[in-house]
Design a protein around this ligand. Sequence first.
Ligand SMILES: C[S@@+](CC[C@H](N)C(=O)[O-])C[C@H]1O[C@@H](n2cnc3c(N)ncnc32)[C@H](O)[C@@H]1O
Length: 276
Amino acid sequence: MKPLKTELQQLYGDASKHSAYQNIPDFVSAELGYTETIDESWRGDRPRLTYLYEARKPAAGEIWMDFGANTGFFTLSLAKTHPQTRFIAVEANPNHAAFIRRVADYFQMGNVGVIQSAVGIEDLPSLPKVDFMLHLNVLHHAGHDFDKHAVACIEDFGEYAQRYLKLLRGVARGLFFQMGSNWGGDKSRPLVGLYEDAEKLRLFATWLRHAGWRPVKAAYPHRGGDGRIAYHDLATLACAQLAENSGMALEMHSWESLDQFPGEFYRRPLFICEHA
Ligand SMILES: C[S@@+](CC[C@H](N)C(=O)[O-])C[C@H]1O[C@@H](n2cnc3c(N)ncnc32)[C@H](O)[C@@H]1O
């Protein structure tokens, strides 16, 4: 029988579109001596997890879902520290879903469930109902990785996104949301320009609000003098303006600190949303 570390390495690096994407959860590395190197100056998981712990802690008895869970950095890290909360990972890639299952089994994490499925917009109503959902960096892949029939061209995307987000309201009461600004991850097809940070926030917040979500927090990363990357909430004023759909405060916000990051990933805002 293969050692677990070898098996996990194979499942992780399966040469699919989103392989070699996430960090290995710290408790897995500590037990198995298994790490994968991600260049966190381009894209990182730990700063997002730290922000989530501060913004919305899992409560005992709650059910959380990690939609597009990849290799389970969020599902597994959260489930390990919050054994009284149930976590459901939804992941299309069978190898990555198996990665999460293998780790959960080995560590006897009875609070982890895995749904291996490519869930499209029409399938959303049949997902289990949960208290809180992580939906990170999946939606902009609609029309490419899933729901090809529903988003035939970039012009369709805004209307589709609002329909999709509205259906998500029927699945979760709270949402941790992030999406890319390029359709299908293709730089030549921007939904909104890379450096148009105010417009990006306004557009995504508008889609969320039109779908019936209330964005209560929006956060961006900052790299401190020690090199540490941490997400911070936008000033309360800017958040209030987000709610009222006025761009003024956002135009006044300084976006220069985002220029310290290469690429697009760290220019993707994080949203915490609620609905009635
Ligand atoms: C870009 S990765 C983001 C991973 C993770 N959410 C994060 O932000 O670190 C997108 C993940 O979602 C999965 N995925 C994409 N479309 C999906 C769908 N329709 N249903 C379930 N999983 C999907 C992919 O296989 C991939 O693992």
